[in-house]
Design a protein around this ligand. Structure first.
Ligand SMILES: *[C@@H]1O[C@H](CO)[C@@H](O)[C@H](O)[C@H]1NC(C)=O
Length: 202
C-alpha cells in the first residue's frame, strides 16, 4: 500500500521541482506552455521529426475541434463487458508490440509511450461532456487498422500517409447513449471518482 501511494507523490514533487527550478524568463517562456522540442531530443536520431506529428508545442495532441461526419447512422449496442475488455486489451498489447519491436532506443520508447497515454487520456473529457467535443472516433484513422500488419502477421513498415493533425477531421458520433443533460454531469463525475480511487488504491 505504501509503495502504491508513495510513487505518485514522488512524481508530483519531482514535477514541481522541475517546474520551479529554472529561472523564469518571460521573453522565452510562459507559464502556460513550456514545451521541450523532442526532435532529436538527447541526440537520439529515432526522435527525428517527432514534433511534426501533432505540431510543436502540442506534445499530447489534444484535439480542440472536430469535424463530425454523418455518412452512416451508427448507434451503440450493449455487449458483454468481458468482450469489451478483451478488445481493449488487444489494442493495448498491439501498442506494446509496436513500441518494443519497432523502436530500439529505450528513451524514445519512453517518450512515445508517454505521448500515447497522454493523448488517449483526453477522451475522458469527451465522454464526460466536459470539453465541448462529442464522444466519437475518427473513422478515417480507424480505417487504417488493417495496414498495421502484413499478411504473414508481422508488423508492417509502411507510411500510413496521415499526420496527427488529421485526427478529428472525420468523426463519427454514435447515437443511442443514455446521456441526460440534467443528471449525467454528476453521475459521470461519481463514476470517474470511483475509477480514480480504484486506480490510486485509496
Ligand atoms: C494539437 O493536435 C491536435 C491533434 O492533431 C489538434 O487537433 C490540435 O488543434 C493541436 N493543437 C494545437 C494548439 O496545435
Amino acid at each position: 500500500m505504501f509503495a502504491k501511494i508513495a510513487l505518485p507523490l514522488l512524481s508530483i514533487s519531482a514535477l514541481a521541482t522541475g517546474a520551479f527550478a529554472a529561472p523564469f524568463n518571460p521573453k522565452t517562456q510562459s507559464l502556460a506552455a513550456r514545451y521541450t522540442s523532442f526532435d532529436n531530443w538527447g541526440g537520439y536520431s529515432s526522435l527525428s521529426g517527432f514534433d511534426n506529428f501533432y505540431g510543436s508545442d502540442n506534445f499530447s495532441g489534444e484535439i480542440s475541434e472536430e469535424v463530425v461526419v454523418h455518412e452512416t447512422e451508427v448507434v451503440c449496442e450493449s455487449l458483454s463487458i468481458t468482450i469489451i475488455q478483451q478488445k481493449l486489451l488487444v489494442l493495448q498489447e498491439m501498442a506494446k508490440q509496436i513500441i518494443t519491436e519497432q523502436i530500439c532506443e529505450v528513451e524514445t520508447q519512453t517518450i512515445v509511450f508517454e505521448q500515447y497515454i497522454s493523448s488517449v487520456s483526453h477522451f475522458s473529457s469527451s465522454i464526460m461532456h466536459s470539453n465541448g467535443l462529442s464522444a466519437g472516433y475518427d473513422s478515417s484513422i480507424v480505417s487504417h487498422y488493417s495496414d498495421l500488419y502484413n499478411s504473414d502477421g508481422s508488423l508492417s513498415t509502411s507510411d500510413l500517409g496521415f499526420s496527427g493533425s488529421d485526427a478529428g477531421q472525420s468523426v463519427i458520433v454514435p447515437g443511442g447513449s443514455n446521456w441526460n443533460d440534467a443528471t449525467s454531469p454528476s453521475s459521470v463525475q461519481s463514476a470517474y471518482a470511483a475509477a480514480q480511487s480504484a486506480i490510486s488504491g485509496n
